[in-house]
Every structure is written in C-alpha cells, then in structure tokens.
Design a protein around this ligand. Structure first.
Ligand SMILES: NC(=O)c1ccc[n+]([C@@H]2O[C@H](COP(=O)([O-])OP(=O)(O)OC[C@H]3O[C@@H](n4cnc5c(N)ncnc54)[C@H](OP(=O)(O)O)[C@@H]3O)[C@@H](O)[C@H]2O)c1
Length: 296
C-alpha cells in the first residue's frame, strides 16, 4: 500500500524547494513533519532534550539564539515545539507560558520584515468541547492551562498578520523517533476514556496537509475524518497492531494511574472542521491499515 494522503480537492500547489526552520523536529508531531519535509525542502530542525542526529540543539528559552536562528533567511518557520502534556502545563502555568507563548513573541520580532512566514501548530484545546464541531471562526474558550497558552500564542501571531495558525486535533501514529502516542500502549494495560470524543489525524498525513495549507494566512483547521471516543481509538489501534495491551474503559479522571500528576480538565468533544478548505485526514480504516503495514 502506498498512500498519497493527498485527496484531490483543488489545494494542489507546486511549491519550489523552500528553506524551512522546523522547531520541535525531535518531537512526535515535529518528527512526522520532518519525515515528509526533509526530502523535499531544505530543512533545519531543532531538538531540546532528545538529541537526534541531523537536528540542531535549541532551547526556546535561549531567546538570543532563537531569534538569531529564526532570522537566518528561512522562507517558513514551522513552530511545533513547546510544552505539550496537558498535566505538565496545568502543574506549571508559568513554564507553560514561557515555552508556549513567549517564544512566539521572540519569533515574530525576529522575522518581522524579512518575508519569512511563521506557521504555528495550535490545538483543538483552544475550544471548550461543548459544540458538535468547531470551525475556524468559532469563539475560543479553553478549559485548561495548555489551551490558554495556545490561545495567547495564536493571538500574538494573528495580531501581526501574514502568518498562519494551523489547529490540529489529537494526532496518532508512529513517529520516527518520539513516540508519545504509541507509548500509551506500551504497558500491560492502558486506561482510555469513553467520555472524550475526538476526530484524530494520522501523523503521516500532517506533512502533506501542511504543505497544502501553508500558503494561507490566519487560522486553518486540519481535522480527522472519523469521530470516535478516546477508548475506541486506542482499542482500534491496539487491535490493528495486535498488541497485548489491555485497553481499559474509564470515565472522568477516575482511571488515572497513581502519580500521574494534577488532574486537568479536558474538553468533552473536539471535532475540527474547516470552512476554508476541504482537506481532512484519512479515515481510520485506511490509517490503521497503513500503521500496521510495512511502510508506517
Ligand atoms: N500530539 C498531539 O496530539 C497534538 C495535538 C494538537 C496540537 N499539537 C501541537 O503540536 C506541537 C508538537 O506536539 P508534540 O505532540 O509533537 O509534542 P512533543 O512530542 O512533546 O514535542 C515537543 C517538541 O518541543 C520541543 N521542546 C520542548 N521543550 C523545549 C524547549 N525548552 N526548547 C526547545 N524545544 C523544546 C521538544 O524537544 P525535545 O523532545 O528534544 O526536548 C520536542 O521537539 C505542539 O505545538 C502541540 O501543541 C500536538
């Protein structure tokens, strides 16, 4: 199977080879983007604590270095770095702000007037999860610290104009080096919630989607086709990969393992849809067939 992940929807665009700075290339999402972008463009990727050969070290808190790197003649700066685990952000709001908001200010200052475009990876956690689905113009109302930092970062970027916010939902799949998603299925059991609904996207589809959206400005959503509970997603992934892990259904925070840190409110239903384009991630059946196959 050789999926293309690029539905014919009129978004086709022949980009020349671009010079791209990919912040957070050592991460789960950044790794997926690196896999797609590095063979097609000239990409400089960064890591912080998890060294990966070929990537350059950068701490977002080293503002001078961040600014110097961003000002180094890139066409695009794709920002996929920051503090992502929701519980970690909840436990330390100041750190979450330092890693998720302040670097955007530094980046905007660094690229202003240079022609470089900033593409910020944002999240469906900017919404409160009370609606059937969310489109780009819907009001944001985050219920946790992570979501609030994403709103603040988006506001900085949108106030400037000419840049792009790409909101994505829960991402699943196998990363080239960071595997935060599959790590949840590494133990003998994993707890997954039946009261959280999502429309997740498959990691390998993100790069092609991003490359078809990055000529836009403002906010775009990139959502998954199928709407499932977290429990259903984990159960289907476990089944596709034939893993021994038992997926245990839970509701609320009751099923959290001991020592998991402070609880964090999660929006109940997060489904991203777009009024600006017709791109959606692959359906779950195709994604899982690919994940279980030799080319994942
Ligand atoms: N995963 C999802 O389901 C999901 C959903 C919606 C939105 N997003 C967004 O996608 C982006 C990436 O998320 P992810 O899941 O890939 O998270 P991740 O696996 O935790 O990766 C985070 C990245 O940020 C880097 N980073 C962390 N602290 C840093 C610091 N102080 N200085 C420089 N870099 C630092 C990490 O580098 P090291 O690992 O080398 O330390 C890593 O490359 C985030 O903006 C997130 O909000 C993700």
């Amino acid at each position: 199977m050789s999926p293309n992940w690029q539905p014919a929807d009129g978004e086709e665009r022949a980009d020349s080879r671009l010079r791209i700075l990919l912040l957070g290339a050592s991460g789960f999402v950044g790794g997926g983007l690196w896999t797609y972008l590095a063979p097609r463009h000239e990409v400089v990727g960064t890591f912080a604590s998890r060294p990966v050969p070929g990537l350059v070290r950068l701490d977002l808190r080293d503002e001078r270095r961040l600014a110097a790197l961003a000002a180094d003649g890139f066409d695009l700066v794709v920002h996929a770095a920051g503090l992502v685990p929701l519980e970690a952000a909840e436990a330390d709001p100041a750190l979450a702000h330092r890693l998720n908001v302040r670097p955007v200010e530094v980046l905007l200052d660094a690229v202003r007037g240079s022609g470089a475009k900033l593409v910020l990876l944002s999240s469906d956690n900017v919404f409160d999860g009370t609606r059937d689905h969310y489109e780009e113009a819907d009001p944001r109302s985050p219920v946790n610290v992570y979501g609030r930092t994403k709103v603040a970062a988006e506001d900085l970027l949108l106030a400037e104009g000419g840049h792009l916010v790409v909101r994505i939902p829960l991402v699943f799949g196998r990363g080239p080096w960071a595997n935060t998603f599959l790590a949840r299925l590494a133990g003998p059991t994993t707890v997954a919630r039946t009261d959280l609904v999502c429309a997740p996207v498959y990691l390998p589809s993100l790069g092609p989607a991003l490359a078809r959206l990055w000529h836009r400005t403002g906010v775009v959503h990139y959502g998954g086709t199928d709407v499932v509970t977290r429990f259903e997603l984990m159960r289907r992934v476990r089944q596709a990969l034939d893993l021994p892990t038992r997926v245990v259904a839970a509701q609320g925070e009751g099923g959290r393992p001991p020592g998991a840190g402070p609880a964090c409110r999660r929006p109940a239903r997060l489904v991203l849809r777009s009024t600006r384009h017709r791109l959606l991630g692959p359906d779950l059946d195709s994604a899982l067939a690919h994940l279980a196959g030799p080319n994942a």
